[in-house]
Design a protein around this ligand. Structure first.
Ligand code: NCD
Ligand code: ZN
Ligand code: ZN
Length: 352
């Protein structure tokens, strides 16, 4: 950190990456992509489009659409993923990995979250793909929630670890797994209890909100995401993990835009849109926990280490000012307004 003047504190870190991002497609892609590319060099692009990105050819076409939507004055590298289905062909996965096109495969338990209907119900049917991935070192990213109707929604992540994730990892030695958008102490503890081949992304919003923020004093649809925010003790465990410097934890914003009519509905969509203000919010969070020196690890270094990619050589400077920064409440898209995540407190950090 350097002190530019008595009033301005600056923090310069390697340009960050987002290891879990929803860019959508079409008009929404065009509107949200600059919000990420402004601050981030690369992102792992989630494949839950309608229809999902299942094959190497579909991932290549989606990558082309992303690059075509990128404003001329911006640089950004989309790191593509395939959506795992019970019909996924191990040879197609291996070819897409060998060509450098894909960096991970995404497991959605069928019905767990937005656009996950084509996900996996019978895990035996994906055994061959998982074994291929273990052989070639291709990471599996997991939406870690069971979908059983008798499992309480607040318990679905913890039960997934016991019933699905741990058995898959034991049955597939060498499989490299990223537990995506973890929300519980159970998940953070599971990561640190394992010897190798396991990492986890943590979102910006799960470092900030607990389930009271979602439900107390009136329901707040813009705080509804999946996995749903948990008790305060779990938020504190995520804060401790993110700010610990442990290389197994890294940023995946899970920035997931939905239009306001789709959020503010009797059956509202899950997802928080954090791309525009994530880096200032993280600076706030890490400063609050006296861990500004760990922000570069979390946002810029630990993810590349897990994915075996170089740290970005470009840099990003965050600057603390003495009055609150005003972020836009919403961005407009041709599909409608999308509300930007509001942390509910003043933030004094901005990207310089
Ligand atoms: N996180 C969310 O609440 N929503 C994501 C899906 C996901 O990551 O589970 C989305 O695509 O909208
Ligand atoms: Zn998810
Ligand atoms: Zn997501």
């Amino acid at each position: 950190m350097c002190y530019a003047s008595a009033m301005t504190v600056q923090l310069t870190i390697p340009r960050p990456d987002d290891w879990h991002l929803h860019l959508r497609d079409g008009a929404m892609l065009k509107a949200v992509l600059p919000e990420t590319a402004r601050d981030f060099a690369r992102a792992i692009i989630m494949p839950n489009l309608v229809p999902p990105v299942v094959t190497g050819d579909q991932a290549a076409a989606y990558r082309d659409r992303i690059l075509a939507a990128l404003p001329d004055d911006m640089t950004f590298e989309p790191l593509m993923t395939l959506y795992l289905t019970e019909d996924t062909d191990p040879a197609d996965v291996a070819a897409a990995h060998a060509s450098g096109l894909i960096k991970a495969v995404k497991l959605y338990p069928a019905g767990a979250t937005t656009n996950s209907a084509s996900g996996v119900s019978d895990f035996d049917k994906v055994r061959g793909v998982l074994e291929t991935m273990a052989d070639i070192g291709l990471p599996l990213c997991t939406h870690g929630e069971v979908t059983d109707s008798d499992i309480d929604i607040f318990d679905r992540e913890a039960v997934f670890i016991d019933r699905v994730l741990d058995p898959i990892r034991k049955a597939t030695p060498g499989l490299r797994v990223v537990m995506e958008h973890i929300t519980t102490r159970n998940a953070a503890d599971y990561v640190t209890s394992q010897d190798s081949d396991l990492g986890a992304t943590i979102t910006t919003h799960h470092l900030i909100i607990n389930r009271n923020h979602l439900l107390v004093g009136g329901i707040k649809p813009h705080y509804y995401c999946l996995p749903v925010a948990k008790r305060e003790e779990h938020r504190l465990a995520l804060r401790a993990a993110a700010t610990s410097g442990d290389k197994r934890f890294f940023l995946g914003t899970d920035s997931a835009p939905h239009t306001d009519p789709n959020k503010l509905s009797a059956c509202g969509c899950a997802g928080c849109f954090t791309a525009p203000n994530t880096m200032p919010l993280l600076a706030h969070v890490f400063e609050e926990d006296s861990a500004l020196d760990k922000l570069a690890g979390f946002a810029s270094e630990n993810g590349p280490a897990f994915y075996r990619l170089p740290v970005n050589s470009a840099r990003l400077t965050l600057e603390k000012q003495d009055s609150p920064v005003i972020f836009p409440d919403q961005i407009s898209t041709e599909e409608g307004l999308v509300t930007v995540f509001d942390p509910g407190f003043d933030v004094f950090w901005k990207v310089a």
